[in-house]
Design a protein around this ligand. Structure first.
Ligand code: 8YV
Length: 321
C-alpha cells in the first residue's frame, strides 16, 4: 500500500521525528536549512501533508502553483505566515498547535519584563566586559516590577497566563485590551479589568503584546501609541514582530520616550532593526517563546495528532481558518 507522503520543513525533536516516521512516508529536513520559496513550492507539489513552521512563507504565490498538498499542519500556534484564505479556496486544511506553548510563552514574557525592568541584559554585558568595579548605591538602578500596572494587549490563552503570573506572583494590577470581554469570574481571578487601548497605554507601567498578527493588529504599537505610553513604561513583545513598528520603537527607545523594551520577535526575522542593536535599554531574544524541551515535544505531538486524525478521516483536533 502507498503510504501518504509528508514533508517536514525543519528539524524537530528526535523522539517526535521517530514517531512521525512510523506514520507515513516522510521526507525530513536533516540539515535544518530553512526552505526557500522554490523548496516550499516543490514540497507543496509532492507532499500530501506539509508540516511547516514560522520560517516558511506559504503565501498566495506558492499556493497559486496548485499544490497536491491537502493538509498544512503547522508546528506552532501563529499562522500569519500561511495565507489561510488561499489555502481554503484550494480546499487545503490547516491546523496549528494551540495550548501546549501557553505557559512557556507566558514564562518568557515574564522573563523579558524582569530583565528589562531590572536591566539584567545590560548588567550581564557589563560583568562580562570586565568593566564592573563593584557595588555602589546608584549603579544600574532599574524599576520595580512588584505591584506595578501591567497592560495586556490580546487576552487569549497566553495573555491570561501572563495575567495570572503577574497578578498572583507579583501583585500587579492588570488592565487588558481585547476584542472580547472575559467572563466576570475569570476577570476576578486574574485581577484584570478591560479598558480602552488609549486608557491602557496611559496607565500601564508595562505593556505586553499577546495578540495574533493580522491586518488589524499590524503596527498596533506605532509612533502615536508609543507617544501615548508613559516615559517610564516598558514594552514587551512575545507575539509577532509586525504588531510593533520596529523603527518607531527604536526611535522611542533611543530618545528615551519610553524607558525600555523586551523583544522576542521581530518584523523581519532574523533581521533586526539596526538602531535597536546598539541600545542598552532593550532586551533582544531570538524567538525563544516556546523553546523548552517539554514544549517542543508537545508541539510536535500535537502536529502528529492532527496528522493522525487527517489520515484516519476524522475531524482535525486543531483546525484553523
Ligand atoms: C514557535 C511561535 O516556536 O507557535 C508560535 O506561534 O511563535 C513559536 O513559539 C514557532 O512559531 C514555530 O512555528
Amino acid at each position: 500500500m502507498m503510504r501518504a507522503r509528508i514533508v517536514v520543513t525543519r528539524r524537530w525533536p528526535a523522539d517526535v521525528e521517530a514517531r512521525l516516521a512510523t506514520m507515513a512516508d516522510v521526507a525530513f529536513n536533516r540539515d535544518d536549512r530553512p526552505f526557500d520559496a522554490d523548496q516550499v513550492t516543490a514540497a507543496l507539489a509532492t507532499a500530501y501533508i506539509l508540516l511547516p513552521t514560522v520560517t516558511d512563507r506559504i503565501g498566495a504565490a506558492v499556493l497559486g502553483t496548485r499544490p497536491r498538498t491537502r493538509l498544512i499542519a503547522n508546528f506552532g500556534v501563529g499562522v500569519n505566515h500561511i495565507d489561510l484564505a488561499a489555502a481554503k479556496a484550494l480546499g487545503i486544511a490547516v491546523s496549528n498547535t494551540p495550548g501546549v506553548l501557553t505557559d512557556c510563552t507566558a514564562d518568557l514574557a515574564m522573563t523579558l519584563m524582569l530583565m528589562a525592568a531590572r536591566r539584567a541584559g545590560e548588567g550581564e554585558r557589563h560583568v562580562r566586559s570586565g568593566a564592573w568595579v563593584g557595588w555602589r548605591p546608584t549603579h544600574m538602578v532599574g524599576s520595580r516590577v512588584t505591584g506595578k500596572t501591567l497592560g495586556i494587549i490580546g487576552m487569549g490563552r497566553i495573555g491570561q497566563a501572563v495575567a495570572r503570573r503577574a497578578h498572583a506572583g507579583f501583585g500587579m494590577t492588570v488592565l487588558y485590551h481585547s476584542r472580547q470581554r472575559l467572563d466576570g469570574a475569570i476577570e476576578a481571578a486574574l485581577g484584570a479589568t478591560k479598558v480602552p487601548l488609549a486608557n491602557l497605554l496611559a496607565r500601564s507601567d508595562f505593556v505586553s503584546l499577546h495578540c495574533p498578527s493580522t491586518p488589524e493588529t499590524r503596527h498596533i504599537i506605532d509612533a502615536a501609541r508609543l507617544a501615548a505610553m508613559r516615559p517610564t513604561a516598558i514594552l514587551i513583545n512575545t507575539a509577532r514582530g509586525d504588531v510593533v513598528d520596529e523603527a518607531a520603537l527604536a526611535s522611542a527607545l533611543g530618545e528615551g520616550r519610553i524607558a525600555a523594551a523586551g523583544l522576542d520577535v521581530y518584523e523581519r526575522e532574523p533581521a533586526i532593526e539596526a538602531a535597536l542593536m546598539g541600545l542598552e535599554n532593550v532586551v533582544l531574544l531570538p524567538h525563544l517563546g516556546s523553546a523548552t524541551a517539554e514544549t517542543r515535544t508537545a508541539m510536535g505531538d500535537c502536529v502528529l495528532d492532527n496528522v493522525a486524525a487527517f489520515l484516519a478521516g476524522r475531524p482535525l483536533p486543531n483546525p484553523v481558518g
